[in-house]
Design a protein around this ligand. Structure first.
Ligand code: ADP
Length: 165
């Protein structure tokens, strides 16, 4: 039987930290679904279409990875896909509380779900979507923090918001 895992997140936008986790997880599982949460409440910078496109471009070389969006509860998406393994990345102790809460919640909703945590590679532990957006919003370089295609998207996004001001 093929072992499939889901790597969920907002990916607003995808960073090299996310890519590292996705690539490493894809070596362990037969297939990895990167599941992008629509999360309108989090007021994402990039639309769901933009986020999906950026991830697809950045990971297109990896045939084991597919990218999809989901709305609502992760457990419902997992059920729809017939998957019971979730991958999450851990950067620092500060990630732990939230991840522990989410895992407990998901298992309360569906006891068959197992979350596997992967430690960030040391070169990526300080990268978050939030930091990347902050740097880009002030015109700083995000080279090495995100893939090239994401760098361009960030530049365009902040160029157009600056022009509007
Ligand atoms: P969410 O909004 O669900 O927290 P994110 O898109 O911020 O989603 O992150 C998705 C997952 O990737 C989370 O498990 C997060 O801890 C992990 N992650 C984010 N940045 C990194 C990184 N630099 N290294 C490893 N894991 C990361």
């Amino acid at each position: 039987m093929k072992k499939i895992a889901v790597y969920p997140g907002s990916f607003d936008p995808i960073t090299n930290g996310h890519i590292d986790i996705a690539e490493r997880a894809s070596r362990v599982f037969d297939k990895l679904i990167v599941a992008v949460a629509k999360n309108p409440r989090k007021k994402p910078l990039f639309s769901i279409e933009e986020r999906l496109q950026m991830i697809r471009e950045a990971l297109s070389h990896n045939k084991k990875i597919t990218v999809e969006s989901f709305d609502g509860l992760l457990v419902d998406f997992l059920k729809e896909k017939g998957v019971d393994v979730v991958i999450r990345g851990l950067r620092a102790v500060s990630d732990f509380d939230y991840e522990f809460q989410m895992d407990s919640l998901n298992r309360k909703l569906n006891p068959n779900i197992e979350t596997f945590f992967m430690m960030t590679s040391e070169s990526y532990f300080y990268i978050s979507s939030q930091i990347v957006k902050e740097i880009a919003s002030f015109g700083g370089s995000v080279k090495g923090l995100v893939p090239e295609n994401v760098m361009k998207m960030l530049e365009n996004k902040f160029k157009s918001t600056m022009e509007k001001k």
